[in-house]
Every structure is written in structure tokens, then in C-alpha cells.
Design a binder for this molecule. Sequence first.
Ligand code: SAH
Length: 499
Amino acid sequence: MTTTTILSLRLVNRVCIKNHRSQLLFVWRSRRDYRLKHLPLFLNVDQKPCVVVGGGRIACRKTKSLLAAGAKVTIVSPQIKPYIQQQTSAGRLTHINASYPSNEFSKELANATLVLACTNSIETNAAIAADAKKAKVLSNIADNPSAGDFLLPSIVDRDPLTIAISSGGASPIMTRLIKQRIEAFIPQGMASLAQLAGEYRQAVRQKLTKLPAQRRFWENVFDGEVSKKAINGDMEAARSALQNTLDTHDIDSHSAGEVYLVGAGPGDPDLLTFRALRLIQQADVVLYDRLVSEPILNMCRDDAERIYVGKKRANHAMQQSSINDTLVSFAQSGKRVLRLKGGDPFIFGRGGEEIETLAEHGVRFQIVPGITAASGCASYAGIPLTHRDHAQSCVFVTGHLKQGELELPWRSLVLSSQTIVCYMGLVGLPTLSRKLIEHGLDKKTPAALIERGTTVNQNVITGTIESIPQLVQSQDVKAPTLIIIGSVVSLHSKLAWFG
Ligand code: SAH
């Protein structure tokens, strides 16, 4: 075996991988560039002066949030709703009976940390934004988020856990909908669990000095008994379970690395399994190939190292043996390594070979099946792979040419009432068509080529086994493509639903 050294030299977010002879295998750039319209922050406004101009419904809503965060709120407005009146009477805020512009407002603005323009006049709000800019005070402008500096997000409150949601002003209704979903998804008891985690944070840091070890410890806690007990409100039992977990935590057994061989499905991220998603979000390092779609990669942890290992036809970013060795090296260095493959890892995925190497080196692994291209493309193209009236069996074959030829068990393929699914068959399609006809398949047998199946770019070309090579050649077809041959293809015209 060749040893592969992972140099953690993060030169401008790059990781270099070299083999035992110090040959550079590849350099990988860790993160794609991305832009945020707003930087989400959690701002401490406790006891800080904040000015709200206006006394209507919006002013009330925003004032509530400011008061909840401990701000010293001053309302500048001639008219106010009863809520503001009540809070003023209770001594929780100051109300100045003045309009904008006024000396009173200018005086308040000079000392403010934040100003919120909540009048019902767009012009007045814009003028307040301009004043705030001059005074270098951050502003929030009702109904015109881009005129000010900050937005007040919707909040899911499980103190100390706070989830803030914003659509950047694009759709408050969408924000509300998402908030409802998160509210339903995160039990109220999560607040107690978060408090408990806060109490134990230092103790865990002291026992487990390395960050990966701490991360694993907490992941186990949040996934297990402690979490259940805290969420159910039994804090005494939760605390004692957490103490016990910490006392008995064996650092060595939890620091061993592991490989997750995960099928990412054919492209649509909604086709991932729950388990795939969980492991994708746990991994420290991700080795992925060409067929894994960008939205799926974006589900990996931000700090996870991402390594592209190929493979496009005849263009392998990394040799298979190097991939196998890299998996072993990373796992042996204690990392949780995600080997993310398109479709299912055990269907034309060489998953078996990678796992064999891991087994030989005693590296722990888990395998997560994925939706293979045949199932994904067939479903999204409305072509059932079996059907009582059309096909009683289905075979998957590779159309990969070896020295320009296809070596397949032709006689067993040309059976009637059988569907043939051909992976990697684009280049060899003319050969496939010719050979099947030579071995007795009816020239009129329906055939389909599905291009980039299950994605928004899906395209289905249908014809017969005789005509399909010509039909495909006349179009600018992009990989990956899957070929389905058999009477079931005739159902496409009736059952196509996607796109
Ligand atoms: N393990 C994968 C197959 C890898 S072989 C799986 O189970 O799906 C690569 C081949 O899969 C491609 O050449 C193509 O034939 C097929 N394939 C994968 N994703 C596809 C997609 N979205 N649309 C069409 N074909 C696809």
C-alpha cells in the first residue's frame, strides 16, 4: 500500500494531499465563495439606549423584542397604542410626545445604539434613515429593509437557544411559515437541554481538550438519553445521566476514526435518506465524486474538509487505490470520513473495493444505501422498471466500453418481458444497439435515454433500440445519462410527470 500524507497546511483554505514519495496528488480548495446580503448577528442591547420612532402596530412589535432583550427603549411619537402606554406607566420605557423631525428626536438619536423608524410614512422613515447614517447609528426602517442597516428577524425562542429567521425582507409570510415549522420541530424542552449543555461546557472542555473529541461527546449527548430526559423535563435525571456519561467517557474508544460510505442518490437532494443526511452533517472530511450534486455537498458541515476525487470518463482526479488509501489514512488519524457517492455505493460504484481496503486495515465503517440512477431516473421519467403487462424482470448492465467493445451476456439480455437498464452507456450506445439487435432483440423495442435524471435539467429522449443512437446524436446530450430498454418505455408518454 502507498501511504498518503494529509498535510493540514491550510494555505488560504487549501489542503494538499501527497503520497509517500511526496508527489502532490491534488490540491483542494475548501470553500466556495459565497455572499450574504446581511450578516446575522446576535446583538447585546442590554441597558443600551434604543430609539423607536412611531407608536403604531409595527412599533409595538419591535418594542416588545427590544424590551425582551433588555434595551432602554425611548418611543418618539405623538400617538401611541395602549401597549406603549401600559409599558410607559409600568416604567419599562420612556415615551416622548414629539414628532419627527424635532429637537427631542435629535437629542435621543445622538446617544442611541439603534434607531428603528416605524412611522407610516415612507418619506419620514427615509429621512430618519439619513439622519441615523449621519449620526453613525445603525437603523432599521419599516417596510424598506434596504434603506436601513439591519433587520429584526423572526425568532424561535428556546432560551438560551435562539433561532433567528429572515428572508431579507423578500417574504415575511415565508419567514412566518418557516418559523411555524421550526417551532413544531424543536420541542420546548430543548431550552432545558441547552441550559444543561451550558452548565457542563467547561467541565467537558477540561476533560476532553481536543475539539473533535468535544464535538463527538456532545453529539452523543444530544442524540441519547440525556437529551430525552431533559426534553421531557426531568432535569435531575438528565443532569445525573450527563455527569455519568462524562465520568465514564472513554476518550480512546471515542477518538477512533470511521468511514461512512454513503449513497447520495441520483441528484435531487430530496432523495437522500435521513441517515445519509445525519452522517453528511457529522463528517470531518468528505471525499466526493463527480455525480454528487452541489446542493448535497452544501449540506456538509462548513468546517468539513471537502476533497474531489473524480471521476469523469477517462479523467480520474484520483486513482482508485489512492482513494482507498486516503480513506484509511484519514480514518486512522481519528477523522470521521464521508465517502459520498452518486446513486448507490454498491451499484457500479466500486464501494465494495473501498470497503475491502478498510476492512483489511481494521477501520470501522458504515454503509448507507442510496437511490440508484435506475430507480431515480425511471421514477422521474414515468417509466416503471417492472409492470405486469410489460416486464417481469429487470437487469442493470454497464455500457462502459473496453477497447471499444462491450462484453455483456447478450443472450440473457434479449429475453422478452425484461427491462434492461444501461449505466455509463452514452459513448457505447451505437454498439449496445447493434449488439442487442444482432442477438435477436426486436428492432422496434422501445428505448429511452434519460439525461441528468431527477434534476431540474432532466431530459428524456425516447425512440426504439434501432433509432435511439441517431436521436441521441442529433442532440447536445450531457452526462450523466441512463438508458432504459424494453416495452415499459412505452408508458412514458402516459406517465411522465416531472418537469
Ligand atoms: N452508483 C451510481 C452509478 C455510478 S456509475 C448509482 O447507483 O446510480 C455512473 C453512471 O450512473 C452514469 O454514467 C449514468 O449512467 C448513471 N447516472 C448516475 N446519475 C445519473 C443521473 N442523474 N441521470 C442519469 N444517469 C445517471
